[in-house]
Design a protein around this ligand. Structure first.
Ligand SMILES: NC(=O)C1=CN([C@@H]2O[C@H](COP(=O)(O)OP(=O)(O)OC[C@H]3O[C@@H](n4cnc5c(N)ncnc54)[C@H](O)[C@@H]3O)[C@@H](O)[C@H]2O)C=CC1
Ligand SMILES: O=C(O)[C@@H]1CCC=N1
Length: 270
């Protein structure tokens, strides 16, 4: 099955690596293109044994799946460029904020899936939200779901929920890395030895959340002895309103996804 990535950046690489690592999924014809960075294409072709080309006609005409993975600012140009060759292939967009309606306004009626994965796709651990337009064939619905299942979990959501998925789990790994940076800095006296403690603490907490029937609050309280160290530490988080900061962080990222969408729609009178 021929699958073509339009855009060869972080997200395309994460998906390519995840798809290559997944054994459940046919992956013999992965292709990638970008605007003009030949060195980047060469790196991806060597690293992941994918193919590359700048000839959109031959790339797309016999493709089964086209994955749009450019930055939102480049979406309009990229869609205009591929429009002549989109004839019933499954088109999957992973762009933040870009609505299916916007894509249809350029491409016309076509089978379109809109996905919001994250870079943990690279190791088969993305949390992907996925929605579809009404042109999708049953087989294409299954295919899109299987592509994202190969690189993590998939949840079908209404398109209107994708802004929140973007703010929560699309951007989410970055928030966790930010916390890890803070923990690492705070534990700098341990030097390089801090990282194994941090990583295993995150892994253990994630597995506890997954396997325990207790809520996050109950799990936290089970660690927090009265008059103990955790209570002292969390009092500092409370005094700095860290919970509020996280709520605002996710709301702002979610709102920004909506703003990106409205910018596109206004610019194109949708
Ligand atoms: N990086 C992330 O964690 C996530 C990114 N996304 C979405 O994925 C999209 C891509 O993000 P990144 O990979 O981080 O960006 P990036 O900047 O790393 O890569 C963008 C790629 O698009 C290419 N490009 C630009 N214009 C083009 C054109 N007209 N035709 C063909 N290729 C063109 C560039 O050459 C580059 O290879 C964004 O829209 C973002 O919203 C979604 C989920 C997570
Ligand atoms: O920051 C961004 O806009 C993209 C979308 C989700 C993660 N990265």
């Amino acid at each position: 099955m021929k699958m073509v990535f339009i855009g060869a950046g972080s997200m395309a690489e994460a998906m390519i690596k995840g798809i290559k690592n997944a054994e459940a999924f046919s992956q013999d014809e992965l292709w990638v293109t970008n605007r003009n960075d030949k060195e980047r294409l060469q790196l991806l072709t060597e690293k992941y044994d994918v193919k590359s080309s700048y000839d959109l006609s031959s790339l797309l005409t016999d493709a089964e799946v086209i994955i749009l993975a450019v930055k939102p600012k480049d979406a309009s140009d990229a869609l205009q460029a591929i429009r002549p060759y989109v004839k019933g292939q499954l088109l999957i967009s992973v762009l933040a904020g870009l609505s299916i309606g916007f894509i249809e306004s350029i491409i016309g009626k076509a089978p379109i899936a809109r996905a919001m994965p994250n870079t943990s796709a690279m190791i088969g651990q993305s949390a992907t939200g996925l929605s579809f337009n009404d042109q999708i064939l049953r087989s294409q619905h299954t295919l899109a779901t299987s592509i994202f299942s190969a690189i993590g979990s998939v949840t079908h959501v209404e398109e209107s929920r994708l802004d929140l998925v973007t703010g929560l789990s699309g951007s989410g790994p970055a928030y966790i890395y930010y916390i890890v940076e803070a923990m690492e800095k705070a534990a700098s006296e341990l030097g390089e030895d801090a990282m194994p403690f941090i990583i295993q603490t995150l892994k253990g907490a994630a597995h506890m959340l997954e396997s325990s029937d207790q809520s996050p609050e109950e799990l936290r309280k089970a660690i927090t002895s009265e008059g103990g160290t955790t209570e002292a530490g969390i009092a500092q988080l409370e005094s700095h309103h860290v919970k509020d900061a996280f709520a605002e962080c996710i709301k702002e990222a979610t709102d920004h996804s909506g703003r990106l969408r409205r910018q596109f729609e206004q610019a194109h009178n949708i």
